[in-house]
Design a protein around this ligand. Structure first.
Ligand code: DAH
Length: 354
């Protein structure tokens, strides 16, 4: 019977197509094309009506078997493809837990903070207290009470950052120069401390300072200083020398010598600059010390009686010494850093060394 043969070849081709389907979508296309309402099996079965009553049962049976065989082939293929799709998805989502993670370097204190802390610790060991003052400072504390005459060059807007109030009222009130500035040194903390505390005073004052300098190997517009102040009865220049010699040896090594060269600062009299013997050539002269055998490290002196006048201390009763050192400079000397800008550029390859 022709229709039975048609059914047989439809079954064979449908099963073959089902087995060849590579995706669930492809498989579903086969199902619709064969078993669907407009499918090829359905089309054959439509012809059933024209068969004789004797033929019908055999064809009906055969068509049921064909449908069952095709459905079984579709189901088998479907579960195979579904399993393959599942394993593929699992493989794609897999995380390799054995891969090393992204490591973060542990944080550390910046060299500048390390050195500042070290210097402060040396003085705390000598009985000094830590004092701090504002970075936005009044002219009075930064210059006037430190005995700077009104014409002192450091007061010029070319050297000092002045702070202006840019609001409408502020602009009306202040001219191009104001009495508010970014402190140019930590020395104003001396005055603020003496205003609040009566002698004996022994303070060490670390902090950030600002100057209108262009950054170059030996200058930064923003850097750090450590100020020291000792005021008591009977303090002498000998105390100053002994204290600073001790500190230099602690900072640079016991074998280092110090020398005090006369200098001028408005707020100390007499004043000196302190040099430490060159750590590279031990004093015989090399290019690091510009063949002098010495490296300058700080400024110091005996507190000028005029400064005491601003804070109501009687210079006949109390005397004192003060000093100020640059933290970046100490770092550069200790580690032979050729350019201060390296300290602020944030290059971890450089900073991690310390
Ligand atoms: N303030 C000075 C400067 O920035 C450094 C200094 C010199 C501080 C002598 C002092 C001192 O206390 O006595 O250059």
């Amino acid at each position: 019977m022709e229709i039975i043969e048609q059914l047989g070849s439809l079954r064979d081709s449908a099963i073959e197509r089902a087995q060849a389907a590579r995706t669930l979508e492809e498989l579903d296309t086969v199902r619709v094309e064969v078993l669907g309402k407009k499918g090829s099996l359905t089309a054959i079965l439509r012809g059933l009506g024209s068969l004789s009553a004797e033929e019908r049962p055999a064809v009906g049976k055969a068509s049921n078997e064909v449908r069952a065989a095709i459905e079984a082939a579709l189901a088998e293929r479907r579960s195979l493809l579904a399993e393959a799709a599942r394993s593929e998805r699992i493989a794609a989502e897999a995380v390799d837990v054995t891969l090393p993670g992204r490591t973060r370097l542990p944080g550390r204190q910046h060299l500048i903070s390390q050195i500042a802390e070290e210097v402060v610790d040396i003085f705390v060991g000598l009985g000094y207290m830590v004092a701090e003052g504002p970075e936005v400072e009044l002219d009075h504390y930064n210059f006037t009470a430190l005995n700077h005459p009104p014409t002192h060059p450091a007061r010029s807007a070319a050297d000092t950052f002045y702070v202006r109030d840019l609001s409408a009222e502020g602009a009306a009130r202040t001219g191009p120069l104001t009495d508010v500035l970014l402190r140019t040194h930590t020395s104003p903390v001396q005055v603020r401390t003496l205003e609040k505390t009566r002698p004996p005073v022994y303070v060490i004052c670390p902090g950030r300072v600002y100057r209108r300098d262009i950054a170059d190997p030996s200058h930064l517009p923003q850097f750090h200083q450590i100020e020291g102040l000792a005021v008591d009865e009977g303090i002498t220049f000998g105390d100053l020398k002994g204290t600073l010699d001790h500190v230099c040896k602690e900072l640079f090594g016991k074998d280092r010598k110090t020398r005090f060269r006369p200098h001028f600062f408005p707020f100390t009299e007499p004043s000196a600059e302190v040099d430490v013997s060159c750590g590279i050539c031990a004093g015989s002269g090399c290019r690091f010390c510009k063949y002098t055998g010495w490296q300058e490290i700080l400024g110091c002196g005996m507190v000028d009686p005029n400064v005491f006048g601003y804070v109501d201390i009687d210079p006949e009763v109390h005397t004192g010494f003060a000093f100020g050192m640059g933290v970046e400079r100490i770092a550069a000397l200790r580690y032979d850093i050729p350019d201060l800008r390296m300290l602020v550029e944030g290059d971890m390859r450089f900073l991690r060394q310390f």
